[in-house]
Design a binder for this molecule. Structure first.
Ligand SMILES: [Zn+2]
Length: 588
């Protein structure tokens, strides 16, 4: 057990020894917090590395216990963020004049005894959890039970009309188990294949994400989805797949909403290969067939059974939202975001540390966002409304932003852009800016121009196969058509002012291997936040430009998200639709 310090002993006012211990406000307090925080005294119009460091230090401190949803760490986080938003000069932007939006959630965990098996003809094969198969549920249920559901191999499980691709060919999956290949149909395509480049080549599209595959199977009525795990295609090993040990989270879905599959997860490649072989199919041959648009689902004449009790917990979490009301067009918005949650408490690392404090991911992102907010609040009020949101539950599946997207407090149609900070680097100043998800929207041009004004150039992400564009909160808004930019230091090595790309790679590799989602992602007084400051300045400049213009940044016509945005065109006064030449997005 961990000792829990009373809040009043927190070193919230470190650096200000004469100050009395703060009397902190309850997190649901709606008025302005009365307390001044001991922030370094730097002009509010400047992005301050000292203030960013201090905010990160507090959020990543032991007392906040890794900022997990539904824990005392959440209470402290929300209280602190409201205080910081207020001090930055924001107004409450949440529900009913408050600073927050309530996000009802469920937490599930599969319990022992559990059993999973495949029946083919007279023989039944047990699948061991979590060695052969890894499953969890995001349904509101106390039990996961599946009896003899037919297994259908659906190739890559993709329905992409804009690419003339449909792996389902009308196949009804009601009550069935979808067995699905990892990543996009062209991930392993050779240069001459017809499919090559159709899904971005090595760049993962939304169709390659497991979230998409589970959702698509659910839309077709499947009871379970199983993705065949391969490390290259997934972007991570089986150790990452099984690390949550059967736990999962979801937002509480509205009445009548599409239900997710009952069980979702992964099957190890050797277990899948054996299953297919017994059904008379060779795995590599099937993969080749699935790389063709002519592919049709295959009934494997096998059934899947599962039984596991589910520990179901209900919790209420919150998004924190602040705003600056626009001077001329208050109903049009530009939004900034970052997530407040981290990975809570886990198994001890080599040094015995158990708290996973999420310092760079994403306390530092929030600290940058707060600096941007303060800079806006200290200057002339922009014409459009600015929103600043600290999302909950990002690490558990973009939950806070998804809930907001389903229950928006400001119309999506007139949100001109969303700019998201998720994980900034702390290794010093840089010569470039890393673009995540190239070829998506006009915002990339804004980024290029504003980076240039800062003396930086734009570098495309170096790990497009990781699909990071689909893995942060901006994506929940992108799905509803809002043009987005993501600032994420995990997407590629920077060209560091000191040491160039080699030094950038050294930081990225070390952080990804040792610290990402681990106790090692901790604050340090030796951080150099000059690079994080450049990111805050860049997003400030882009947001300032959009919020003081009549611009409606456009998706590229071939983007997955152009269609949904076009549907609300009439809601945007004066929007000029950019018609780019066909195949524009194919340039990547
Ligand atoms: Zn993150």
């Amino acid at each position: 057990m961990r000792t829990w310090l009373p809040f009043a002993t927190m070193s919230l006012l470190a650096g200000c020894a004469t100050h009395e211990a703060p009397q902190l406000l309850p997190a649901d307090h709606n008025g302005p917090p009365e307390l001044p925080a001991a922030m370094p005294h730097v002009d509010p119009a400047d992005i301050s590395t000292e203030r960013m460091s201090e905010v990160t230090r507090v959020l990543a401190s032991e007392d906040f216990q890794g900022r997990s949803m539904g824990t005392p760490g959440e209470e402290k986080t929300i209280t602190y963020l409201i205080q910081q938003f207020h001090l930055a000069g924001l107004e409450p932007g949440g529900e009913n004049g408050t600073w927050t939006q309530t996000v009802p959630m469920i937490r599930t965990k599969l319990q022992s005894p559990m059993s999973f098996s495949v029946k083919q003809g007279a023989s039944t094969t047990a699948l061991r959890f979590p060695d052969d198969i890894y499953l969890s549920t995001v349904r509101d249920t106390n039990e996961a039970r599946i009896a003899n559901a037919p297994i259908v191999f659906v190739g890559y499980g993709v329905n992409a009309p804009e690419r003339n691709w449909d792996d389902f060919k009308g196949q009804d999956l009601k009550g069935k188990v979808a067995l699905i290949l990892v990543n996009d149909p062209d991930f392993e395509a050779a240069a001459g294949d017809l499919v090559a480049g159709k899904f971005g080549g090595q760049t993962m599209t939304y169709y390659g994400r497991w979230t998409y595959k589970y959702d698509e199977a659910a839309r077709r009525g499947a009871i379970a989805s199983l993705i065949i795990h391969e490390t290259a295609g997934a972007g991570y090993g089986w150790n990452v797949v099984q690390s949550a040990m059967g736990e999962n989270f979801n937002i509480v879905l509205p009445q009548g909403a599409q239900q997710p599959v009952l069980l979702q997860g992964w099957i190890q490649r050797p277990a899948a290969e054996a299953l297919l072989k017994r059904a008379g199919y060779d795995y590599e041959t099937l993969k080749r067939q699935a790389r063709s648009a002519a592919f049709k689902p295959i009934d494997l004449h096998a059934t899947f059974s599962a039984q596991a009790p589910v520990e179901l917990t209900r919790l209420t979490s919150r998004n924190v939202i602040g705003k600056l009301t626009g001077s001329a067009y208050p109903n049009e918005t530009v939004s900034y975001g970052g997530h407040w949650d981290a990975y809570g408490i886990g198994a001890p690392d080599a040094e015995g540390r158990t708290v996973r404090p999420g310092a760079a991911d994403d306390a530092l992102g929030l600290a940058a966002m707060i600096e941007v907010a303060r800079k806006f609040a200290s200057g002339p009020r922009p014409q459009r409304t600015l929103l600043f949101t600290a999302w909950t539950g990002e690490e558990r599946g973009l939950l806070g932003s998804e809930y907001y997207a389903q229950h928006p407090l400001y119309p999506h149609e007139t949100m001109a852009a969303n700019l998201t900070f998720d994980t900034l680097q702390f290794a010093g100043p840089v010569n470039d800016a890393v673009l995540v998800g190239r070829g998506q929207s006009e915002l990339e041009r804004y980024m290029e121009e504003e980076a240039k004004a800062q003396g930086r150039y734009v570098t495309p992400e170096s790990h497009p196969e990781r699909g990071l564009f689909y893995r942060a909160d901006h994506f929940s808004l992108a799905k509803r058509g809002v043009p987005v930019l993501l600032d994420m230091a995990l997407a590629g090595a920077y060209d560091m002012k000191d040491g160039g790309r080699v030094a950038g790679n050294r930081w990225l590799d070390a952080f990804t291997a040792k610290c990402y989602h681990q106790p090692c992602d901790a604050w340090s007084s030796s951080w150099n936040l000059e690079g994080a400051k450049q990111e805050a300045e860049l997003f400030y400049a882009i947001g300032a430009r959009i919020s003081n213009s009549r611009d409606w940044p456009q998706w590229n016509p071939n983007s997955e998200f152009a269609k949904v945005r076009a549907q609300s065109h009439d809601a945007r006064p004066g929007e000029q639709i950019v018609v780019a030449p066909r195949g524009e997005r194919g340039r990547r």
